[in-house]
Structures are given as C-alpha cells and as structure tokens.
Design a binder for this molecule. Structure first.
Ligand code: BGC
Length: 380
C-alpha cells in the first residue's frame, strides 16, 4: 500500500513538473487534436536490435509515421530493463504526444505508464502486452494463442503425425520431442506455449510423443530474453542428460527462430544432420532471414510468419487516432486482460511457413527477395 502510494505520487510529481517546463506544450495533455503532424512527436520504444524483427518493426513504424509528417523518437533498449525505463522516462519528459512501447519485461514499465497517464499521453502496447497497469490504452499484436497452436501443429506435421490439411499422417510414435518456451517476463510466452501445449498434449498423454527429459512446465523450458546462446546451452544439456543412451531426438518445439538456430547448432555439434542421424523437426517464429534460408535448405522445418509491416500500420493507425482525439478501432475487446483491465486490441493473422510456402508467403509478398533467401541475409 505504502509503495503504491509513493509510486502514484511520483507519477503526479513528474506530471506537474512536465506541465511546468513544457508550458502547456507537448506532453502536457493540452493538445486540441488540431495540431499539424510536424508539431507532434511519437515515442517508439523497442526491446532489442539483436533480433531482426524488432529492427524491422522500429523502422516500419518510424517511416510510416514520418511519411505522415510526424516526428518520431525511436529507441532500442538492448534488452536491458533499466535502459528501457530510462528511455521511456525521457520520451515523457521531452514531450512525446503518444507512446508506442514493446516492453522487454511486461511488468517493468508501470511507473512510466503512470507518469504518461498523468501527462495525458496515450500508451499503445506494441506486440507484447504491458501487464499490471490500467494506463495501457490500446494493444496491437497478432493472435498469439494461434501462433502457439501453429507451432504445435507444425511440429506434428513435420513429424508426419498430421498432414498439412489437419488429417492424420502416416507416422507412428513413440517419437522423442523436447520443448522450449520464450522469456517468462514476456506476456506472449504464455500464449505461445499454451497454444502449443494444448495442441501437443493429447499426443503426449497417449504416448505418441515422449518428452524424455520430462521437462514440460513453462519454468523448466523457458529461455530468458529469448537468447540463442541460452537455448543452445539448454539443448546441449538435454542431449547430455537425456540422450546419452543412443536414443535420438525427433522433434523440438521452438518458439522463435533465434532459439531454433541455437537448438540446431547444439544438435549439429552433437552429430545430427550427418549420415543417418537426421536432424529433428524444429519449429520457429518470425520468418527471420537466417532461418528462412535454413528452412529452404531443409535444416529448420518451419516458422510462423507475422507480417511486421501490417503490425506497424496498425500501430500508426492507433497513434493517429489518439492524436486526433479519437479511439482506435479494435477487433478484440475480450482476450487481453493485463491483470488490471482488458485492453482493447487489434490482432492480426499469422501464417505457418514450410519450405514450399516460402515463395508465395514471403517472396511474392515482398517480405524477402529470392536473393536474400538464398544468401540467408537481409540486404540493406
Ligand atoms: C514476439 C515474437 C518474438 C519474441 C522474441 C515476442 O514477444 O511476439 O515475435 O519472436 O518476442 O523477440
């Protein structure tokens, strides 16, 4: 109680000092909605540049806003929570008119959000829902539960237990699988892992799939900050602890392409992918170019494509609505309870990509070029 009161006070004090120093200008909440775009600044905070999707997200949001004449303050936080808090604090004190935030830790920005609310700055949660705060005004993301279902399904399809059309495949168990989840402080992780496990559980329960390590809880399988190296280490440990009896891993549920590449490296170092020791089926997410090459080369099995261009567009629409004193258009007002309130959301569809989908889904849509896929590298 005492702490909450202090935080609330802190927010109010910051708001007061903002109003005092900005003289009723940017960030004071006194905008009429009639300003020129060039008088308005949108603060955009992205988690990290180590994963190419966030670079694409940041660039897309920035360029789309700038094309409409707005000013943009885009910051990356290097996956460091204090850095992100500081960057957002600074956006507020420098008079941002709207904030677009992709949080590193979904619960770590609440005092920033309080300050933003006190200064009447609308906050859009970008892709990752900010939890435990009433001051999140809108959420733009994908259907995150469906991402998890798609990953679980892609593992079953890769293993031959299901066909792509959902019918029963020809493979027979038991097949050995291992499970990975993303960072537990990212609200999306529970949806990804939940959707995947709802899909895989019947196969685990009837013995078709065997998790030899017996590590099946989110806490056991999570990878902090989605780090590739951490995933590689965990896969190495799993191979040593559970597969040193000559048994083989047949499939690995991976929630993100960077994690998939860590897993694949560990497997290759242990001799998988040579001779008769086939690489297991490995899933993914984000259609990162390095993984698309691996899928094209038959090394990684699948990924889940989430078109960041469309997500950026929704963030821009929502920001513009707030700047014009309107409510952004939501297509989901039920799913995303952040612990304090249900946040109105705009959710976009997703697509599973196997090798034979690369052309239609990624190249024909202009997301990657054929040359980039062949090189496994994005052209600038
Ligand atoms: C995003 C994923 C991404 C992951 C790691 C999640 O919040 O929804 O697209 O793979 O973070 O960056």
């Amino acid at each position: 109680m005492g702490r909450k009161f202090l935080v609330a006070l802190g927010g109010a004090a910051l708001a007061l000092s903002l109003a005092a120093c900005s003289g009723g200008g940017a960030g004071s909440g006194e905008k009429s909605g009639d300003e020129k775009p060039s008088d308005l600044t949108i603060g955009v905070s992205m988690p990290t540049q180590t994963s190419e999707r966030w670079i694409a997200d940041g660039n897309a949001v920035k360029s789309k806003l700038e094309a409409k004449g707005y000013k943009v303050d885009l910051q990356y936080a290097g996956d460091d929570i204090p850095t992100q808090s500081q960057q957002v604090d600074q956006m507020i004190t420098q008079g941002a008119d709207v904030l677009v935030l992709a949080a590193i830790d979904g619960t770590a920005l609440s005092s920033q959000l309080q300050a933003a609310a006190a200064a009447k700055i609308p906050v859009i949660s970008y892709d990752r829902l900010i939890r435990g705060s009433k001051d999140v005004d809108f959420y733009v993301s994908f259907d995150n539960y469906k991402v998890g279902v798609a990953q679980g399904t892609a593992l079953l399809v890769g293993l031959g237990l299901l066909n792509k059309d959902g019918s029963k495949g020809t493979a027979k168990g038991p097949l050995n699988v291992e499970l990975f989840a993303g960072s537990l402080d990212d609200n999306n992780t529970q949806y990804f892992f939940g959707g995947a496990m709802d899909t895989l559980k019947p196969f685990i329960d009837n013995g078709t799939l065997v998790v030899k390590s017996k590590q099946t809880t989110p806490e056991q399988v999570a990878i902090l900050r989605w780090q590739q190296e951490t995933a590689q280490k965990r896969m190495e440990n799993l191979l040593t602890s559970s597969y040193n009896d000559g048994s083989k891993v047949d499939g690995v549920l991976s929630p993100y392409d960077g994690i998939s590449r860590g897993i694949i490296t560990a497997l290759q170092n242990a001799g998988y992918g040579k001779g008769a020791k086939k690489l297991p089926v490995v899933t993914g997410q984000d259609a990162e170019i390095a993984s698309i090459k691996l899928i094209n080369d038959g090394v990684q099995s699948s990924t889940v494509f989430k078109d960041t261009r469309l997500l950026a567009e929704q963030a821009v629409n929502a920001a513009e609505a707030f700047l014009q004193k309107k409510q952004p258009q939501a297509n989901d007002t039920k799913t995303y309870n952040n612990g304090v309130k249900v946040v109105p959301a705009y959710l976009l569809p997703i697509a599973t990509v196997y090798k034979d989908d690369i052309k239609a889904t990624l190249i024909d849509s202009g997301y990657w070029t054929a040359e980039e896929v062949a090189a496994g590298q994005a052209k600038k």
